[in-house]
Design a protein around this ligand. Sequence first.
Ligand code: BMA
Length: 309
Amino acid sequence: MANETIFRRHPGNPIITAKAVPGANSIFNSAVLRYKDGYAGVFRVDMQDIGSTLHSGFSRDGLNWDIEERLIDISGKVPAHMRPGMGYDPRVTELEGGYYVTWCYYPGGPGPCIGLARTKDFRKYTQLAEVMFPYNRNALLFPRKIRGKYAALHRPSDQGHTPFGVIYYATSTDLINWGEHKFMMGPASWWEGTKIGAGPVPIETKEGWLLIYHGVRTTCSGFVYCAGGAILDLHEPWKVRYRSRKYLLAPTEPYEMVGDVPNVLFPNSAIVDWKTRQVALYYGGADTVVGLAHADIDELMKFIKKNSR
Ligand code: BMA
């Protein structure tokens, strides 16, 4: 059944299920990256009350994860009404010696906002601000300054299951105040015809920033989420140089088609091993589990260029 495209799914998929945390209903849409001599990450765990919370996790090999039962400990500018760790769909960027988590949550108001926190060790997190204009659902930071400024991608949203979604590029000099919002891209192909949102932190290559993103189409029985790929200009990333009209991965495996929300393949983080040139893509399956798939970065870039619109 698998729609093997340029990505190959890991035979051990789903690599993370609710069993990893006692009392969890589901673990999905999580952000992982290299840390020390292994890996670390921020995991979205929905407990059996279906509250979404953020939890730290550590791994030696990127496959077998120890995910903490307790919520991440956020200090700093945390709104009093915010449940500690409440949030979902985290992304983590390594930037200037720290790790910056962006995530979606509801700080008091009726709609989703983007939180920004910094950690050095995935044990203590300091919240810096709510960033981007509310309502907003997906945001991530680039791993370095571009043209002398911090850069982010984000996706304005509404209060519900947003029937629209386009990606904007924004800049900041202090990580707190964001402006110069530039439209970057919106839905283009049929498989992403309803809305799109940035996925993993973009990967810097000589040819430009490799962006993997999610695209959604509306069907008679609801939304279908796939992963897509684009290459952004290295110096002016709001300029999309190439964009595959074909998806990179679509939900065709049972753990992507069946779960709390069927037919969701939600790419959240990507790690490149520059020695083997393999990209490891971590994604949420059916809002229930975490899946892993690999592609050769050169093949992936070629695929995006060859199928570019
Ligand atoms: C989006 C987010 C994601 C989720 C997706 C599919 O709006 O809430 O966390 O994976 O819907 O349910």
